[in-house]
Ligand binder design. Structure first.
Ligand code: PGA
Ligand code: ZN
Length: 414
C-alpha cells in the first residue's frame, strides 16, 4: 500500500492511496467539501505555512506508516473487516486521529483492488447481480452560496432529467439544457455570467432565488424538455443562517424558520421543484420535521446527517427528513456509507450518492451509486473534468450492462 498527496479540483492537496494485493490493484483519492456539516468525520490537515495550512502529509504518513502495515495479510474481499480495523486503529468518534481523508481513500482503494482481483467491475463487486439500475442524475448548473462568488444564498440549483428511458438520454438532455442556459445567461447578464463555480455550474451575478429558477425553466423549455426535467435545490441553509440573530439571510431579507418555509412553499408552487436539501440549518431538527410535513417533496439531509449511520437511524425514527445525501468521505468508510444506503431503502427514504465540491478524477461514486442501488447521484454540472468523469463512467457502465434500467422518478416518488 502506498499513500501520496495529489491536487484536487480546487488546487488543494488531498490523499491518494494505491492498494496492491496478490491479484489486484486499486487506486482512490479523497474528495473535499467546502460547505461541510459540523459533525462530519475529520479531514486531517497539517496547518502551518505549506499549502496555506492545507497540506496532508500527516494523513499520508498515517497511510504509509500506520494503516498500511496494519492491513498487511488481510483479505481485500473482507471490506467490512478492513474498515472496522481502521476504525479501531483510529479509536476516535470522528476519525480525527488518522484522518478521514486517509481512511476513506484506503477504504475505496481496497474495494477497487478487490474488484480487480476478482476481475469484475467495481459496481458488480459492490452490488452483485442486483446492480442493474443507473441512477437519476441531479446536475448542479447554477452555483451560489459557498461555491460561487455571487449573491445567491441557495448553494445549488439542479436540473433532474428523469422522464427518459436511459441514463445516456438523460445526460444528453442535461448537456443541451446546460448550453441553452449558457446562452440565456450571456444574453441577459453579460459575458461574466458564464464563469463557472466549483462544481461546474454557472455563477451569474444574480441576487434573487427566482432569477436562477427562471433561468432554468427557460433553458429547459428552449431545449424542448418541459415536463421531462424537474428541478432540485440544495439550500445548504446553515451557511446563510445567522446564529446570533436566529435569521436566514436570503433574497435581501432576514427570515425566521416560518418565513423561510413559506418562501419554499411558494417556490414549490411556482416551479417544478422535487427536492430541497438542507432547507434549514443543521441543528434545527424540529424545523426539518415541519419541512417534511409541509413541503410534501423530498427533504434531503446532508449537513444534517453527514452520512452517519447513527444520525440517520435517529432521523428515520423521528421523521426528520425523507431522503439522505451519501458522501463516503463524510463518514470515512465504504462500509458505513453502504449501511446508510441500506437504511434509507428499508425506510423508503431516497439515497442520493454525492460528490464533494472539491473533487478528483476518481470515479468511485459512479460505481458506488450503481452497486448500492441508490436511485440518484449528484455530481455537479455536465462540465469540468472532475464532474464529467463521474457521468462518463456511468455511460460506460450503462453500455457494459447491456440492458440496464434507469431509475427515472424513483428518486422523488414518495
Ligand atoms: P461540499 O458541498 O462538498 O462543499 O461540502 C456539497 C453539498 O453541500 O452538497
Ligand atoms: Zn448539501
Amino acid at each position: 500500500m502506498r499513500g501520496r498527496w495529489i491536487l484536487d479540483s480546487r488546487g488543494n492537496p488531498t490523499v491518494e492511496v494505491d492498494v496492491y494485493t496478490e491479484g489486484g490493484f486499486g487506486r482512490a483519492a479523497a474528495p473535499a467539501g467546502a460547505s461541510k456539516g459540523s459533525k462530519e468525520a475529520l479531514e486531517l490537515r497539517d496547518g502551518g505555512n505549506a499549502f496555506m495550512g492545507k497540506g496532508v502529509l500527516k494523513a499520508v504518513r498515517n497511510v504509509n506508516e500506520v494503516i498500511g502495515p496494519s492491513l498487511v495479510g488481510m483479505d481485500s474481499l473482507d471490506q467490512k473487516e478492513i474498515d472496522m480495523k481502521m476504525i479501531e486503529l483510529d479509536g476516535t468518534e470522528n476519525k480525527s486521529k488518522l484522518g478521514a481523508n486517509a481512511i476513506v481513500a484506503t477504504s475505496m482503494a481496497v474495494a477497487k483492488a478487490a474488484a480487480d482481483s476478482l476481475s469484475v467491475p467495481l459496481y458488480y463487486h459492490l452490488g452483485g447481480a442486483l446492480a442493474q439500475t443507473l441512477p437519476t442524475p441531479l446536475l448542479n448548473v447554477i452555483n451560489g452560496g459557498a461555491h460561487a462568488g455571487n449573491e445567491l444564498a441557495i448553494q445549488e440549483f439542479m436540473i433532474v432529467p428523469w422522464d427518459f428511458s436511459s441514463f445516456s438520454e438523460a445526460l444528453q438532455a442535461a448537456s443541451e439544457i446546460y448550453h441553452y442556459l449558457k446562452s440565456y445567461l450571456k444574453e441577459k447578464y453579460g459575458k461574466s455570467a458564464i464563469n463557472v463555480g466549483d462544481e461546474g455550474g454557472f455563477a451569474p451575478p444574480m441576487r434573487q432565488t427566482r432569477e436562477a429558477l427562471d433561468a432554468l425553466v427557460n433553458a429547459i423549455k428552449k431545449a424542448g424538455y418541459e415536463g421531462r426535467v424537474a428541478l432540485a435545490l440544495d439550500a445548504a441553509a446553515t451557511h446563510f443562517y445567522d446564529q446570533e440573530k436566529g435569521v436566514y439571510r436570503i433574497d435581501g431579507k432576514e427570515l425566521d424558520r416560518e418565513g423561510l418555509l413559506e418562501l419554499y412553499e411558494e417556490l414549490i408552487r411556482d416551479y417544478p421543484i422535487v427536492s430541497i436539501e438542507d432547507p434549514l440549518h443543521e441543528e434545527d431538527w424540529e424545523g426539518f420535521k415541519e419541512a417534511v410535513k409541509r413541503l410534501k417533496i423530498r427533504v434531503v439531509g446532508d449537513d444534517l446527517l453527514v452520512t452517519n449511520p447513527k444520525l440517520v437511524k435517529k432521523a428515520i425514527e423521528e421523521g426528520v427528513a425523507n431522503a439522505v445525501l451519501v458522501k463516503v468521505n463524510q463518514v470515512g468508510t465504504v462500509t458505513e456509507a453502504y449501511e446508510v444506503v441500506d437504511m434509507a431503502k428499508r425506510a423508503s427514504w431516497a439515497a442520493i450518492v454525492s460528490h464533494r465540491s472539491g473533487e478528483t478524477e476518481d470515479t468511485f461514486i459512479s460505481h458506488f451509486a450503481v452497486g448500492s442501488g441508490a436511485p440518484a447521484i449528484k455530481a455537479g454540472a455536465p462540465a469540468r473534468g472532475e464532474r464529467t468523469a463521474k457521468y462518463n463512467e456511468l455511460l460506460r457502465i450503462e453500455e457494459e450492462l447491456g440492458r440496464p434500467k434507469f431509475a427515472r422518478d424513483a428518486y422523488f416518488r414518495t
